[in-house]
Every structure is written in C-alpha cells, then in structure tokens.
Design a protein around this ligand. Structure first.
Ligand SMILES: [Mn+2]
Length: 322
C-alpha cells in the first residue's frame, strides 16, 4: 500500500479554510461513490459555514434518495461565481458532462479522484489510484477538518460500499476496513444500505439476467468470458454489477466483458478483471478508461464488430504476456 498524499490533503483543507464559495460535481451516470463523496464534501463545507452547492449532469437515481441532503443537489446551473470547483470521481473533466463547461465559473478547479487513468485536469490534483473510492479520499479530508458525524458517515460508507463491490474487490485495503469500522461507529446499518442499493429487482429483471447469463461465451481456455446483449435496458439500478457478480462466480476467467447494444452503431463495453490483466489499458486502447480491475468504453460500432475487435485484442494481450 502506497502512502497517502498527506500534503495534498493539507493543501485542500487549507484551500477550504481560505475560501468561501464552492461548487461540487462528479461524473455522469451517478452511482454510490459519486453521490456519497459529493454529499460528504457538501456536508463538510456546510459544517464549516461555507457556501456550497452540488451541480450534476444527471438527476439523482431514486435508489440513492436515502442519502442525507440529496435534495440539495441541482441539475440546472445558475450563473454564479465560485472560489473553488471540486470535481470528484472523474478521470477526466469531460466525465462531468455538461457541467464541464461550467468549471470556468470557479477561480480554481480541484480534481479529487481514484482512477488510474486520471488526466490531471485540475489546477490542483489529488489522485490516489490505490484507494477504493473517492469517498475513501473524502474521509481523510473530513478527518483532517474534524467534521465527521452520522450523516457524513452514511454518505462515505455508501460510497466505499458500492465502489469496493461490498468490500470484495482488490481495491479494498486494510485501511478501507479501518475507515469502515470507524464509520459504523456512527450507527450505520449495513443491512439497510445493502437493501437500499441491491434488493431492487422485479421478477422480470431476474428473468432478463438469466437470459444474459445463458449467453455466456468463452475463449482461451475460459480465460476470457463475455456476454453480448442486444436488448439492454438502462434501469434505475445497476444490472451491470449484478451480471458481473454472477460471472465472477466462475473459477477460470481472468477477464469479463459485457457488450451492450445502445443502438445500431453504438456499443457500450464494460470490462472487469479478476487478476493480472489490466483492463484500464484495454479500455484506453478503445478510447475509454477506468481502473486496472474495472473499466469501460463506448464504441461507434455495431455489437458484432465491437465484439470481434475487442475479443481479438484481449486474446492478443493475454497471449503476448506469456
Ligand atoms: Mn469511484
């Protein structure tokens, strides 16, 4: 485990103390870590009597509406000037969607992220590629400024919980568990958080998942495992993670891929790695990015072409390593 960048935390804490107005944003397609880290930072700033607002590209998914202060999140940017803009959980400023254009409303942009593919787009950049989540990073800032309370703990817990795959991914460290132990001391109910985020399917969803699983494909002695899905429906909750969690029950695969048809000439591709294969590099080759163990990209190609190109590339990658 690499050392945490304490000097960055000190600098950001200082920046918060010296300034008054802040806006916060995170990536499009909001999930637990984006929202958890945003809301924890928002509550931190409010506790220090700062002017703070969250602007997101997308509306908050229903399932996260148990998070404290979610109602303060705005989708329409008002013309205003800010001292500082915080961009959370974004490998690149473009991940913030249309909010990217609003960053110029702030005198300074601070980039706080845990993606290895981060482009260091901020005036100040705090990037910790070994951390489980942006929420884990915000925890250190919260500690530094001594503002941890029950609401902040719930936001941070939710962010860490979702981004660490319920504490099962390789990014879950000893520190992650120490932090979670402390957060739970504020009365977090893990069973309720799990239920809010995961127990959401209706019977048709499970049937759909079953159909997807029945289409499993393998190659390279089951080292590569994938599914192509021609009728993908975006849900308010993440079927992608559920399908991956089933695929991850398999013993042999090193790489898991989902190909989802968005339209005739657009395919969304998600990658997961179970061990040594760096799927950030693979996604990057195809114009995307993410983490070593989880990444994604979108190709302007049909489902079949995308499948062929990507599988061939990964086959070469794996074979080339031997
Ligand atoms: Mn994250």
């Amino acid at each position: 485990m690499k050392k945490i960048k304490i000097n960055k935390i000190a600098k950001i804490a200082d920046l918060i103390k010296k300034n008054n107005s802040f806006f916060i944003t995170a990536h499009m397609n909001l999930e637990g870590d984006a929202l958890g880290s945003e809301l924890a930072l928002y509550l931190l700033l409010k506790k220090l009597n700062k002017k703070a607002v969250i602007y997101n590209n997308d509306p908050t998914p229903e399932i996260y509406k148990f998070l404290p202060s979610h109602k303060s999140i705005k989708n329409n940017f008002k013309k205003d000037k800010f001292d500082v803009a915080f961009v959370l959980d974004c490998s690149d400023s473009s991940r913030a969607g249309r909010i990217e254009n609003k960053l110029s409303a702030a005198a300074k942009v601070v980039n706080i992220d845990h993606h290895i593919s981060n482009t260091y787009f901020g005036d100040m950049n705090w990037v910790e590629a070994e951390m489980s989540s942006a929420s884990e990073m915000i925890y250190y800032l919260v500690k530094r400024l001594k503002v941890l309370d029950k609401d902040i703990a719930l936001c941070l817990y939710t962010g860490i919980f979702t981004d660490s795959g319920s504490f099962t991914y390789a990014n879950t460290s000893c520190n992650t568990h120490k932090i979670v132990a402390e957060l739970m001391g504020y009365g977090i109910r893990p069973d309720l958080v799990y239920k809010k985020i995961h127990s959401l399917c209706v019977p048709d969803d499970i049937k759909f998942i079953g159909k997807c699983i029945s289409k499993l494909k393998f190659c390279l002695k089951e080292k590569i495992c994938w599914i192509t899905i021609s009728r993908w429906q975006e849900k308010n909750y993440d079927l992608t993670e559920i399908i991956f969690s089933i695929m991850r029950l398999l013993k042999k695969p090193e790489v898991f891929i989902l190909f989802k048809k968005i339209n005739k000439n657009k395919t969304r591709i998600n990658f997961r790695s179970s061990s040594r294969v760096d799927v950030n590099k693979i996604a990057k080759f195809f114009g995307g990015g993410g983490h070593q163990r989880a990444s994604g990209t979108t190709l302007e190609k049909n489902l079949k072409e995308s499948e062929k190109k990507v599988i061939l590339f990964i086959q070469r990658q794996i074979n080339g390593k031997k």
